[in-house]
Write a protein that binds this ligand. Structure first.
Ligand code: MRU
Length: 357
């Protein structure tokens, strides 16, 4: 058996001299290849087409895309640079609507850009400062994941199985992972943990990505199809469910990968704690409840085909929402980098968000 390596070494996103390097998640687990995005349009396309996916990872990728776009700008004046900056941000913001980390990261880049202009910084100094900011966002994400791991590990019972859906691991973040970071930390602390990964139709993030990254680290993992979740939650032996999030409303409702809501209901029905692990950049206090979270609709072909092979009759009507919303009453606790929030989330999440870093 492979030795357990609870500290993931996967590099999801990297700034290189040639551009932004992204591990191509569409090819995993069959091929481990990096795609170099040489301009901001290519970064936007990579986010849209799922070369890179996962809420924190697309935020980091967008920040690097902005830095790349500004670095390649030919603008001679601050005004010209601002209009180019706006175009770059708008292009990146239009890629995927649900994960709020994308807008959060763009907002951080914009705040620095405006600060530099208002201070009268020479425009040739701006690209380096933006690149440093993008790198900071990446580094902070890894730190946040490790902190969530530290807090969340205490919730994971020793000697039990943890169920997870989608991929909330190193691949969905700058590294280490949110939900999978909690599992990694629990193992690091010496707990004996097995994982059940749901395959996550239609895009198969669980089968292709979670199974790959946990197996790579020697973490004992069993893959099941999504419709087996109830069977295993009822059978016993599952200590908790841990998932990531794409957007958390002020009242604690959580948008995450389609299928999460069903697992949360099944967990509650069977008395299994249901935990969400997400950085505070995923918390959207402007949205009072989950009803207002925009849900991305993706192509019908993701449902009618598996890896390019047709599995449904031509012309069948398809609905393909990429995310669902789990109402807060199904969530036992939300693990953040500043501690664990428990109900009433309206108070506890706001308090954590406003805590000094
Ligand atoms: O469509 P995806 O693959 O981008 O969806 C990702 C998820 O739903 C993850 O669970 C979520 O982003 C949390 S990742 C740390």
């Amino acid at each position: 058996m492979t030795a357990v390596n609870s500290v993931s070494t996967i590099k999801t996103i990297e700034w290189t001299s040639e551009g932004v390097a992204l591990i191509d998640q569409r090819l995993l687990p069959l091929k481990e290849e990096y795609k170099i995005c040489r301009n901001y349009e290519e970064v936007a396309e990579a986010i849209r087409t799922m070369v890179v996916r996962g809420a924190p990872a697309i935020g980091v990728a967008a920040a690097m895309g902005i830095a790349l776009g500004v670095q390649q700008s030919k603008a001679k004046t601050a005004e010209m640079l601002r209009s180019e900056f706006d175009r770059i941000c708008d292009t990146l913001a239009a890629t995927r609507p649900t994960a709020v980390n994308l807008y959060w990261a763009i907002g951080r880049m914009r705040d620095l850009f405006e600060k530099l202009l208002s201070e009268g910084a020479p425009i040739e100094a701006i690209p380096t400062r933006l690149q440093e900011q993008a790198q900071r966002i990446l580094d902070e994400d890894i730190e946040a994941n490790k902190a969530m791991g530290h807090y969340g590990a205490a919730l994971v019972p020793d000697g039990k199985t943890v169920m997870t859906i989608c991929n909330a691991g190193a691949l969905a973040t700058a590294g280490y992972g949110t939900a999978l970071g909690v599992i990694r930390s629990a193992i690091c602390e010496g707990k004996n943990v097995n994982v059940i990964a749901l395959e996550t139709r239609p895009f198969l993030q669980g089968a292709r990505l979670t199974a790959w990254e946990l197996q790579k680290d020697g973490i004992p993992t069993t893959l099941i199809t999504d419709n087996m979740a109830g069977h295993f939650l009822h059978a016993g032996g599952i200590g908790c469910v841990v998932v990531g999030a794409d957007r958390i409303a002020a009242n604690g409702d959580v948008a995450n990968k389609i299928g999460t809501y069903s697992v949360a209901v099944l967990a509650k029905e069977n008395g299994v704690p249901f935990y969400v692990a997400a950085p505070l950049s995923t918390l959207d206090l402007n949205i009072p409840s989950g009803e207002k979270i925009p849900i991305e609709q993706r192509a019908a072909s993701e449902v009618t085909q598996i890896q390019g092979v047709e599995i449904a009759p031509r012309g069948i009507a398809v609905n393909n929402p990429a995310f669902d919303v789990t109402p807060h009453e199904y969530i036992t606790a939300i693990v953040t980098e500043r501690g664990i929030a428990r109900p009433p989330y309206e108070d506890t999440l706001r308090r954590l968000k406003n805590l000094a870093c």
